[in-house]
Design a protein around this ligand. Sequence first.
Ligand code: TYD
Length: 198
Amino acid sequence: MFITLEGTEGSGKSTQAKLLKEYLESQGKEVALTREPGWGKLGSIIREAILNDKELKLDPIAELFLFCADRAQHVKDFIKPKLEDENIVICDRYFDSTIVYQGYGRGLDIDLVTRIAETSTLGVKPDITFFFSLQVEVGLKRLKNRDEITKMDNEPMEFHKNILEGYKKLVAEDNKRFNVIDADRTIEEIKKDILGYF
Ligand code: TYD
């Protein structure tokens, strides 16, 4: 089973990813927890270039291809083999992030971005996606306590609002795969909600 978590900045996905992993392992399952971008050797180079290098001002098309290059290699070398080994794979962000950030956020053509993002999955689609729904302002406030503030986090409010709108559209288009989680609650409440799906 392949589970992905999506949402705007500071929506609490990563905390819940860990809690879900612990729960599934307590049920005797083998679980691989991963995230995008940044898996493996290529991923760390790409993550650094896209999110941390302050001098590099990437063109949106270059940014799109870097996120997708990261994903294709991640799928080939990690996600696919783990799924073939009957692991449950939990991935913190996946191709929906590309559609909303590079499409709705950067303003690239949505159809083009969707095709490239889908291609970068090598055909490996999530079985279930949790969308952490939260007001942009609330999420950005939570970020202040973090160690790694990325270039994305520093984008203007307008950018983050477009991301949220983008997610809402994706959810409306595929409400079979997406499950909306109200992320404006305590960690325990959200956890209980998510575990209810398993
Ligand atoms: P990260 O520090 O991993 O944070 P988060 O907790 O928000 O997941 O940052 C990843 C950033 O990269 C985040 O701002 C979303 C962005 N992103 C894209 O723009 N496109 C993508 O395809 C992916 C996977 C992430």
